[in-house]
Design a protein around this ligand. Structure first.
Ligand code: FES
Length: 123
């Protein structure tokens, strides 16, 4: 049985040693982070986990989906601020199931390009 290789990554500047087989998202949870925002389908569809990183010794800024990319040794990670920034708060029993309610709570829906990836990724 192969020994699990560990790598050093940096999340918001703090060093963590994690298994090399984990995705960035899984490594953040392994390190103790509880992902409440910037985490959606975990399948590469919704784009909620967009992440910016650099690898130690390289100047290139890279962008990836945290749920789809495995960690690399010397990875410096930060996440792109989640979208929408405002979390809609409502009582499901008190809102009408209508398009107006949807637009009122999620005005960002007008930025949708209709690719349908979100409904495919999160049934
Ligand atoms: S959580 Fe990564 S793309 Fe949806």
């Amino acid at each position: 049985m192969a020994e699990k290789k560990m790598v050093d990554i940096y999340i918001l500047g703090k060093k963590y040693t994690v298994p090399s087989t984990l995705t960035i998202m899984d490594s953040m949870e392994y390190a103790g982070y509880q992902l409440i925002r910037s985490c959606g389908c975990r399948s590469g569809f919704c784009g909620a986990c967009a992440t910016v990183y650099r690898v130690q010794g390289q100047s290139e800024l890279k962008v990836t989906l945290a749920c789809q990319s495995e960690v690399e040794d010397g990875m410096y990670l930060t996440q792109i601020p989640f979208f929408p920034g405002k979390k809609a708060v409502y009582d499901m029993d008190k809102v009408e199931a209508s398009a107006d309610t949807m637009v009122e709570n999620y005005p960002e829906i007008y930025k949708c390009i209709g690719c349908n990836a979100c409904t495919k990724g999160c049934s």
